[in-house]
Design a binder for this molecule. Structure first.
Ligand SMILES: Cc1cc2nc3c(=O)[nH]c(=O)nc-3n(C[C@H](O)[C@H](O)[C@H](O)COP(=O)(O)O)c2cc1C
Length: 354
C-alpha cells in the first residue's frame, strides 16, 4: 500500500492499524538540535486521546510514545526519528459482524475491492487511530517552529455556529472546553447537541478553524506546491474531512475586488487579510487561516441497510466504541498537519535562493 509518507524534507512515514500490535512512524529530515520536549509531546497526545471526555469514544488508550532513534540527550540528532505507540484496548470481537459486510460510508467496501481483503478490526488502516502518529510528528514539527503559533478550535457542531473575528478568538479558552470551542456558551450548546446525538445512536459533523501566526514571508513553492495547496492536501488527508476553505473562501467569491483586495501598509503588512496570508502560493507574513469541514462519521448505533461482500442485502448493526462527533479530538490533528506543512516548507524555503 503506497501513500503512507508525507512531506518533502521534513518527511513522516506512518505505519500501523487500529487493532494491530502498534502504530508508529519515522521522521526523516528533522534538523539536529531540536529540543525534544517529551512533556509537550505527551500533552499533544492527551488532546487527541480516546476516552478523554464523555463526548468521545470510550476506547481506553494511554497513547504513550516510545522513541527508538534519532534523539540523544534530549535533542534531535539529525538522523531518522523512529517511534512507536502500542495499542492496548482493542476489542476486535466488536467488529466480527462487519467481517464480510460493509458499513455505509466507511472505508470497508473500497479497501476490500482495492486490495482483495482487509483488516476489518476497528477499521484497520482506515481508522483515525493512525492519526496518533501524525500528532507525535506534528508535536516535533511544532518544537522546530518556535516562532510560529498554530491554534485550531471548533467553530461549529451541526448547525450550532461560533461566529468570530480572527483577532477576537480567545485561544486560552480552547482547552477549557471539552468540545474545544473557545466560546463557553456555544461550547455548552455544542456539548449538549453531541450528547443528545449520541443518545439517539447517531453522529453529527462539525467545522474546525485554524489560525497560524508568525509564519515568515516566502514559504511556498509555486506552481504545483503552493503553500495553501499543501495545507489543503494535509487537511483533506485527515479521516472524515469533506471540505477545506482557505482565507476568504467561498464568501470571497461574493465580493468585489475593490473590497477584497488587501491594501498594503508601509511595512508590507496588509490592512485586511482576505488572502489568508498566502498570495501566489507564497506566505506574505500575515496570519494564515482556513476552515475544515468534518462529516458526521459513519458508524451509528442503529441498524442500517447494506450489502455483504457477495452483494447480498444485509442489516449492519452499530457496535463497539465510536465518536459521536470527531471535531473535539480532531483539533490537535489539524494543528499537527499544519505544523508538518509549515516545518517542511520552512526547510524547503532555505533552498530557493543562494
Ligand atoms: C479523530 C477521529 C475519530 C474518528 N472516529 C470514528 C469513529 O469512532 N467511528 C467511525 O465510523 N469513524 C470515525 N472516524 C472517521 C473514519 O476514520 C473515516 O470516516 C473513515 O476512515 C472513512 O474515511 P472518509 O470518511 O475520509 O471517507 C474518525 C475520524 C477522526 C478524525
Amino acid at each position: 500500500m503506497a501513500g503512507n509518507s508525507f512531506g518533502n524534507i521534513f518527511k513522516i512515514s506512518s505505519f500501523g492499524e487500529s487493532h494491530g500490535k502498534a502504530l508508529g512512524g519515522v521522521i526523516d529530515g528533522c534538523p539536529a538540535g531540536v529540543n525534544i520536549d517529551l512533556d509537550f509531546i505527551n500533552s499533544e497526545l492527551n488532546r487527541r486521546r480516546p476516552g478523554q471526555s464523555e463526548i468521545v469514544t470510550q476506547r481506553k488508550e494511554d497513547d504513550s510514545v516510545e522513541f527508538l532513534s534519532g534523539i540523544f540527550e534530549g535533542k534531535s540528532t539529525g538522523t531518522p526519528i523512529g517511534f512507536i505507540i502500542f495499542n492496548q484496548d482493542q476489542k476486535s470481537k466488536d467488529y466480527s459482524h462487519i467481517k464480510d459486510s460493509y458499513r455505509p460510508s466507511h472505508a470497508d467496501f473500497v479497501y476490500d475491492k482495492k486490495y482483495g481483503f482487509r483488516d476489518y478490526r476497528g477499521g484497520g488502516r482506515s481508522s483515525a487511530r493512525e492519526t496518533v502518529v501524525r500528532v507525535v510528528a506534528g508535536a516535533i514539527a511544532k518544537l522546530l517552529l518556535k516562532e510560529v503559533k498554530i491554534n485550531a478550535f471548533v467553530s461549529s457542531v451541526g448547525k450550532i455556529k461560533y461566529e468570530y473575528e480572527n483577532s477576537n478568538v480567545d485561544f486560552q479558552n480552547i482547552e477549557k472546553s471539552i468540545v474545544r470551542c473557545p466560546d463557553p456558551d456555544k461550547s455548552k450548546e455544542m456539548e449538549d447537541l453531541i450528547k443528545k446525538t449520541r443518545k439517539n445512536g447517531d453522529t453529527v459533523g462539525g467545522v474546525i478553524s485554524c489560525i497560524i501566526s508568525g509564519v515568515p514571508v516566502g514559504l511556498g513553492e509555486p506552481v504545483f506546491n503552493k503553500l495553501h495547496a499543501e495545507l489543503g492536501k494535509a487537511m483533506l488527508s485527515i479521516n472524515a474531512v469533506k471540505g477545506f476553505e482557505f482565507g476568504s473562501g467561498f464568501k470571497g467569491s461574493e465580493m468585489n475586488g475593490s473590497e477584497h483586495n488587501d491594501s498594503f501598509n508601509e511595512d508590507g503588512s496588509t490592512k485586511t487579510n482576505y488572502s489568508g496570508g498566502v498570495q501566489g502560493g507564497i506566505s506574505n507574513g500575515m496570519d494564515i487561516y482556513f476552515n475544515i469541514a468534518f462529516k458526521p462519521v459513519s458508524t451509528i448505533m442503529r441498524d442500517q441497510d447494506s450489502i455483504d461482500s457477495k452483494g447480498k442485502k444485509v442489516k449492519v448493526q452499530g457496535k463497539g466504541r465510536h465518536d459521536p462527533c470527531v471535531v473535539p479530538r480532531a483539533v490537535p490533528i489539524v494543528e499537527a498537519m499544519a505544523a508538518l506543512v509549515i516545518a517542511d516548507y520552512l526547510l524547503l524555503s532555505k533552498l530557493s535562493k543562494i
